[in-house]
Design a protein around this ligand. Sequence first.
Ligand SMILES: [Zn+2]
Length: 97
Amino acid sequence: MSPTHVTNDKADRIEVTYACPANHQFVMIFAAGITAPATWDCPRCGKLAQLDASDQVTVTDTTATDIAKSHWDMLLERRSMAELSDMLSERASNLRS
Ligand SMILES: [Zn+2]
């Protein structure tokens, strides 16, 4: 994946839930690949909240990319590139109509 293709819309990010001792929960968003800090100051009471690792969510699921890629690979095995580009332009014109 080339960095030039990364846009703000598509950049992977993770949502990390923290829980503070006063039972406040809040979510911080980090770029994927960044290791979320184990603790964060609670924005409500200022106490040190602990990372709730079980609640960590990767917003852009990388497995989806893997699935799409293997579908693409399967298509390539079955069809020539010429057939594929015909198919894609057909689909594109369907989308426009
Ligand atoms: Zn708190």
